[in-house]
Design a binder for this molecule. Structure first.
Ligand code: G1P
Length: 292
């Protein structure tokens, strides 16, 4: 029986410069996919996987994220007074309960590994999930839930991976695997943003992790790596000498909402599958495409 994964870390300190001017005064994590902020979709995925405590590593100008997961008392009272029960139910259903969220700040942009390290006191001595909200994964069950099944079966650390064309590997962390049988396999090496000729495979790290708490010792002693930043991939490589790491080739579709095309595609995909909007949107979209 593995120790239950109860906490998840969401690094949300990034500046979002690729989405300026939208992100001048608003965190990039609050950009919406149809009508849900990107960060809400990551929290939805974590909640579906059984996560009970949501830890956000924020930075300056990210206060709205904290407000988003709070009870908006005046708004909810106004909706109640006006009999808007549907909207009220929507807000209530997705709000974490009091005490289920924690916020800490990454004071300097020293890298993803450093952002995770900032959550060490809030996580404590237990395994936890790490979700990079820019990476939106459309999957049923959700990607983290699929990973929890692998974790329950195998224990250790679990990383979601997917294949990309070899010329794209240098944008990501890349894993090497010993043998591939089925959808989960043992990782034997990993490298952050390798040159295509140095990549151990074309299996990239997709932005979902289940990690044992010993990762924090490795991050604490980790030298800066790719881009001069403290990389979680380098710390995981260190931990790999002590503990097993499993890769899960999850079943689902990834949208990289850190770039504009991925973000636009996510809006189309999530819009098309909406019961209340899908048909009308499809018709409008087809008409628009016929026109261009
Ligand atoms: C981060 C990780 C990388 C991973 C990627 C997924 O990189 O360091 O290993 O493959 O997220 O999107 P970043 O996109 O922050 O440069």
């Amino acid at each position: 029986m593995q120790q239950k994964i109860k906490k998840a870390v969401f690094p949300v300190a990034g500046l979002g410069t690729r989405f300026l001017p939208a992100t001048k005064a608003m965190p990039k994590e609050m950009l919406t996919i149809v009508d849900r902020p990107v960060i809400q979709l990551a929290v939805d995925e974590a909640r579906e996987a059984g996560i009970e405590h949501f830890v956000f590593v924020t930075g300056r100008n990210k206060g709205v994220i904290e407000d988003h997961f709070d009870k908006q008392f005046e708004l909810e009272e106004t909706l109640r007074a006006r009999g808007k029960t549907e909207q009220l139910k929507l807000l209530e259903a997705e709000r974490p309960s009091a005490g289920q969220t924690s916020f800490t700040r990454q004071q300097e942009p020293l890298g993803l590994g450093h952002a995770v390290w900032c959550a060490r006191e809030l996580i404590g001595p237990e395994p936890f999930a790490l979700l990079l909200p820019d990476v939106l994964i459309h999957a049923r069950p959700g990607c983290l839930k699929q990973m929890i099944s692998t974790y329950e079966e195998k224990g250790g650390n679990v990383i979601a991976v997917e294949e990309v064309p070899p010329d794209q590997v240098s944008n990501y962390g890349v894993v090497g695997v010993s043998e591939q049988a089925g959808s989960s396999f043992t990782i034997n090496t990993m490298v952050e943003k390798p040159k295509p000729e140095d990549a151990p495979s074309n299996l990239i790290i997709t932005g979902r992790y289940i990690l044992q708490p010993e990762i924090f010792h490795h991050i604490a002693n980790q030298d800066p790596g790719s881009g001069g930043e403290i990389q979680i991939t380098d710390a995981m490589k260190g931990l790999m000498a002590e503990q097993p790491f499993h890769a899960l080739k999850f079943d689902g579709t990834t949208y990289d909402c850190g770039n504009k095309i991925g973000y636009l595609m996510a809006n189309v995909a999530y819009g098309l599958e909406r019961e209340d909007l899908g048909d009308e949107f499809r018709t409008a979209l087809n008409a628009m495409l016929d026109d261009v």
